[in-house]
Design a protein around this ligand. Structure first.
Ligand code: CA
Length: 505
């Protein structure tokens, strides 16, 4: 499968790979056995000459490559990352696509104007110390109270590793604190969680919800909604207090019903994890097509993962709606370059052994495939780490690429998550449905009870990109309306891990 006319490598589609001597219709012969999703040279490549995929340079040949040879990771020298000082700013923002009218989902309308895709009782927490206690209480609530409230989907202990033992005034602390502020007021918690605090922690309830948040957060900070463990008489009474408060909130939540909501109420977070060389030609562009449909329907689409955008940033800054949006994107790239440099690393630290086994030579090839998720519309805005996105259209929300940290940060804004994977991961989140899309049919068949949608048919020609893109779009509306994903079916909610670049004390 060759992606672009300029490419001098292609990837092997056959599930069993190709044997040495295998002949292709265009008279190319494989010089050696090459596994599925790995690269074959389409032409001779001299040492130092570019290796092209997606019409872009993914690296330079370290030695001479013959046509039909397996082009392995160690044969390619990665190029330098695009220079952030010379990028084109908003030079060719795409014209808006025709609006898609009339698409809706059955969701929950919240007082703050947001839309829920689930009706969940949230037990928000200020600090990790209370996490096991709150998880214990959540298990009791689920077993003893929830069956009486059939219109409530779940009870979730919103626990995390943050809240104390940190330099809470340091600039880096702003990121985990605002991430937790927004998650605590999540649209799927109707913006009104209970709040469980220890008492002596750095992240006091009033710091989690400071006056700037007062409009939204005051109901949360009413005494009836805040349980401070150090005020309680022992463990059993603490749990009983949480259960009493939970029952009152469940009575309110159980009165809520789904209503027809515009598709514009969706905030869809995109992410990839366990990517392979197919991700960039099947699931990611199909999700990109669905992203364009969502944008046309008025929704918000977030793409993230700084280290997977960094090497393709020269393709994104021209797409920015304004020079300021392009500058904001560059600001996020520069911030992360500095962050990595502080840890004596760079973006080449991103690819995993699984990525490489899956045929991805380096972070450049991975990034070119990753940004296919962002579709083709103009980049409307950029949010910094943990900021809540309020705009519509395609938005870059800066996050690390780590699946569970990216997902946690996107939860500051998103009410539905699309996750693409090639190698496979059972990833899920407790607060939003996670729709998993596979890059290869073999994965969808092997993991028939974990993968929600298969984009592998694009590689074999069984389906077109547009067909799979529409399939994803329609499934998004169904899932937003209550159809459960596999990760919800099995109750797979990964831990919430806010990104903390600040010091631990
Ligand atoms: Ca990821």
């Amino acid at each position: 499968m060759r992606v672009h006319a300029r490419d001098n490598v292609a990837i092997i589609v056959n599930p069993e790979g190709v044997a040495a001597g295998a002949e292709f219709p265009d008279s190319l012969t494989a010089r050696e056995a090459i596994p599925q999703s790995h690269k074959i040279a389409l032409a001779a490549i001299e040492p130092g000459q570019p290796v092209c995929r997606y019409g872009e340079i993914i690296g330079y040949a370290r030695r001479a490559v013959e046509p039909g040879q397996w082009v392995r990771e160690e044969m390619i020298e990665a190029p330098a990352a695009p220079d952030l000082d010379t990028l084109p700013l908003a030079t060719r923002p795409p014209a808006p696509l025709p609006p898609l009218e009339g698409f809706t989902f059955e969701g929950y309308r919240n007082a703050d104007g947001s839309y829920g895709t689930r009706n969940i009782l949230g037990l928000a927490t200020t600090v990790q110390c209370v996490a096991p206690t709150v998880e214990y209480a959540a298990r009791r609530i689920r077993a003893e109270l929830l069956p009486r409230f059939p219109h409530v989907d779940d009870v979730v202990a919103v626990t995390h590793p943050y809240g104390c033992g940190v330099a809470i005034e340091a600039p880096g602390a702003r990121i985990p604190v605002r991430t937790l502020q927004h998650i605590s007021l999540h649209a799927n918690l109707s913006g009104q969680p209970l709040l469980v605090s220890l008492g002596c922690e750095k992240l006091q309830p009033a710091r989690l919800f400071p006056p700037a948040f007062a409009g939204q957060a005051l109901p949360v900070l009413e005494a009836a909604n805040v349980i401070r463990l150090q005020d309680q008489l022992g463990f059993a009474e603490t749990v009983a207090a949480i259960l009493r408060a939970a029952e009152l909130r469940l009575i309110q939540l159980d009165r809520r019903r789904r209503h027809t909501c515009p598709a514009a109420g969706l905030v869809v977070g995109l992410q990839c994890g366990g990517s392979d060389a197919f991700s960039g030609v099947t699931c990611n562009p199909a999700v990109g097509f669905a992203a364009d449909l969502l944008v046309r329907a008025g929704a918000t689409v977030l793409f993230s993962e700084v280290t997977e955008v960094r090497d393709a940033v020269h393709l994104l800054t021209p797409r920015a709606a304004t020079p300021n949006v392009a500058r904001a994107l560059i600001r996020e790239m520069r911030w992360y370059d500095d962050y990595l440099a502080l840890g004596q690393a760079d973006r080449s630290a991103n690819p995993t052994p699984g990525n490489k086994r899956g045929g991805l030579a380096n972070v450049v090839e991975k990034a070119l495939g990753s940004i296919a998720k962002a579709g083709s519309t103009a980049l409307m805005d950029v949010a910094s780490h943990g900021e809540k996105v309020t705009g519509k259209g395609l938005i870059f929300a800066a996050t690390p690429a780590s699946d569970f940290i990216c997902g946690t940060q996107q939860l500051a804004s998103m009410n539905l998550h699309i996750f693409t994977t090639g190698e496979g991961t059972p990833y899920g989140l407790s607060l939003v449905p996670v729709l998993k899309v596979s890059s290869r049919t073999a994965l969808a068949e092997k993991w028939h009870d974990l993968i929600d949608l298969d984009a592998g048919g694009i590689a074999t020609g069984a389906k077109s990109m547009e067909e799979v893109g529409w399939e994803i779009f329609h499934r998004v509306l169904e899932v937003a309306s209550g159809r459960r994903t596999w990760s919800e079916h099995w109750g797979l909610g990964n831990a919430l891990i806010p990104f903390n670049p600040g010091p631990v004390t």
